[in-house]
Write a protein that binds this ligand. Sequence first.
Ligand SMILES: Cc1cc2nc3c(=O)[nH]c(=O)nc-3n(C[C@H](O)[C@H](O)[C@H](O)COP(=O)(O)OP(=O)(O)OC[C@H]3O[C@@H](n4cnc5c(N)ncnc54)[C@H](O)[C@@H]3O)c2cc1C
Length: 478
Amino acid sequence: MHDVIIVGGGPVGLMLALELSLANVDPLVLEGSAAIDPTIKAGSLNGPAADTLRRRGVEFAAAAPGGAPRFIGHVAGMPIRADRVRWERLEGSSDTAFVSQQQIQELAEERLAERGVEVRRGIRVMEVVPHDDRVSVVTDAGKLEASWVVGADGGRSLVRKSAGFAFPGLDGIMTGYQMLVQGTGLDDIPIGWHTTATGVFRRMPNNLILTAEFDGAPADRSAQITLDDLTGAIRRVTGVDATVTAALSATRFTDNTRVVDSYRRGRVLLAGDAAHVHPPFGGQGLSLGMLDATALGWRLAGVIGGRLPERVFDDYERERRPEAERILEWSRAQVALMRTDERSRAAGRLVRSLMETPDGATEVARVVAGGVVSYAAGDSPIGTFAADWAGADADGGSLFDVAADGFAVLAHRRNAEPPASLDGRVRAFATDDGPAPFVLVRPDGVIAWAGAEASGDEFAQALSGLGLVTALHAVPTR
Ligand SMILES: Cc1cc2nc3c(=O)[nH]c(=O)nc-3n(C[C@H](O)[C@H](O)[C@H](O)COP(=O)(O)OP(=O)(O)OC[C@H]3O[C@@H](n4cnc5c(N)ncnc54)[C@H](O)[C@@H]3O)c2cc1C
């Protein structure tokens, strides 16, 4: 009997496994593929999602190419103009990062191997059967039992379907391809994002090409992608008479937007694309999943360790569902703006003109960079993400250094003494940064409590919400 089986060794499943392992839980990861899927998909993380890795000691190059202080991308194929963004207004929010999902998987697998956590590859889960006290996981290599199962098995999640989650939302109206290709005539396709009478496309200098057509979802999303499919999409959308002769990577997508009715059913939980799907415009899916993983990790570890009640899974959903719904809304708006009918194009032109203004450019940059991700109610610092505060002692490291092995952190001013008997899973950290003399930071980087004195009921309650003593910390509703 395993404490927890994670179905799916994609970036979200592996990140969750790492978070659990850091919290002294030994998960088993079951992954259907024999090796990491090299198909090009996500290549960037928004600020808070990049911080989930920085907090675990991963370093990224600081600036984005082209002189912009950070990667900000596009809205509905309309590039955000870095020269219009008022960067000073985004100060204090975390830097985005260029990182592929395969790099994240490699990194997480390496760390998991060091920690002795098993990622069992080439095992396909066929069914999950929930019971009151456990979940049976039926695989093509036999049956396993676990106290908890997390479905991190992507947008077509078997776990979600098998455990009976509903997945309401909108069907797709478009067909997109992202491909890295070789062929003839490709150089005649202009570089960058373009809207034509038949769709939207983007070409990068290395012939990474994205096409989007708005005349219906793919008839069969599982059908093998052929060179003819790719050639046809390029010709129809760009109008260029190119021919694809080889595809180094190709993926087909649509714009169905859905979020599960509940993030938990009994002993089965969902995270990442298994819980929410949306089109990739604006590059937010991986970020959403990485933050699901870190929000769930310490809670699931606390429940398994008997330090937290199962009610904390309600808090997981209360925090993460609004984020998923926000991204669904954002991506639906982008598809509406990308459609090729005259009314949609007029709306697109209007939004483009707003994005040319400093206020407009700054606002969309804030959203794409993840500067709006927060669980806070009102102006309270509680529920916001702690930045990488500098240590007061030159050799003491920064907040992320101190938090690197999954501990909660009690940050305090250098002249404010932390309580002598902190729980074993809270590290004290002297800093001149932060919103209050004492700030309790969760293992996922979220501020759980801030105050003038690290004592009294409220402080004890905040500790308990992290599974460090016994009562419960309530997450504010928005
Ligand atoms: C073209 C494209 C571009 C994108 N660009 C971006 C971007 O720039 N930024 C961004 O943030 N996001 C982007 N995304 C979205 C991003 O790729 C996903 O959100 C991300 O992969 C989700 O990770 P995941 O771990 O939840 O799911 P997945 O990556 O889908 O991983 C699920 C894993 O589960 C395994 N699995 C599935 N079923 C089973 C089973 N029955 N048994 C065992 N294993 C199973 C699969 O093999 C897979 O390894 C893009 C997506 C696409 C398609």
